[in-house]
Unconditional design. Sequence first.
Length: 446
Amino acid sequence: MSSEVALKVENLSKAYQIYDKPRDRLLQMVAGGRKQYFKDFWALKDVSFEIGKGETIGIVGRNGSGKSTLLQMICGTLNPTGGTVLASGRIAALLELGSGFNPEFSGRENVYLNAAVLGLTRQETDRRFDSILSFSEIGDFIEQPVKTYSSGMLVRLAFSVAINVDPQILIVDEALSVGDELFQRKCFSRIEAIKKTGATILFVSHSAAAVVDLCDRAFLLDSGELLSIGAPKEIVGKYQRLLYAPETLRGEIREHMQKAGVSLDEADSPNTVLQLHENQDDLPEAFDPDLKPTSTIEYAPNGASINSTQICSLAGQRLNNLKRGRRYKYSYRVTFDRAATNVRFGMLIKTITGFEIGGAHSANKTSAGIPFVRAGEVYDVEFQFDCRLNPGIYFLNSGVTGVVDQVDVQLHRLLDIDMFRVLPDSSNLSTSVVDFGCLPKVECVS
């Protein structure tokens, strides 16, 4: 293995034996290999890659794609069915909450136990203990049994140990999502500091922003296969497409590779990133029937009902794959079951994490709404908006409010009723969620 390679994985696979009935396990033991009573479930299949020293790699994929299985085999806590893992340097891992912690031991005792597993002597742990305790922010609970800890306290302590052993390879598997916002920011700041020391980091997260911000490259896993390797922004885009149209996208990827006549390793190398089109900018506006939310929440109708929600171009074409910088309209129909006064309508756009980016309502104050709506009347509502969002997946809310019996109430509300994708744009220089139209100007003055 090259001295510049921190981690090399070759044809790594993991299979589990699945039995239909408990009695089949006994029959398998009695059969002595003459007959098979189980089915092989491949959690990981022939995964190969190299990671250079100092690289930060994001690993994304749907639940059950094999991410945690891969990391456990890299850490050595799970034996592979086939293949090899070669690592250069001390590995510190934060996998499942409290993995490696004895619930009956105190926090202090678990710090020494975990540090020893990671290769530190007791003297080295003594020198680091104050730093571990300070970072974890659990105070006097360090002397209490771990079984009394909340999940947040547990992950604080586990992360504090992992990042204080000076790892050459740090592995983090989604555990940071348990901590509060302030602790998450503190953890990400420390990961950045570890990255600057030249350590290699493998980072599993469902947060697209975290993967794009922290990582040099990203891996896309699906159904145990390494589907793609490339720039974080592109891989996150593929993951989001795969999340809502898995079979369609997998078929497109396989078909593209067959037409191109390249292998997965060639197609997914850092220098030859797999493209579904010759140019990502050529991806057209379109309506994808598979792109529909599963998180919709409907408030009980309270005098009105919203239906027929949709996003369209200004020409009236229904869409949910949008181009950055273009103008669209979001519309819905409202049927009123009873009379109301001062009626207003609204819409709201949110990120995949639920952060409210912005929206609009039809009136700024109650008195500016439609003065009177009769029972049985139907209204068509439309909001035009400029797509100033960067590539990603976004969700839409719809709502109608009004005054009934002199009380201002929600007449109907739909959360996550629609979703849309903003398509990739290689010319885009903006970062994060919103494109503010920033124009960079750089000049040499001396």
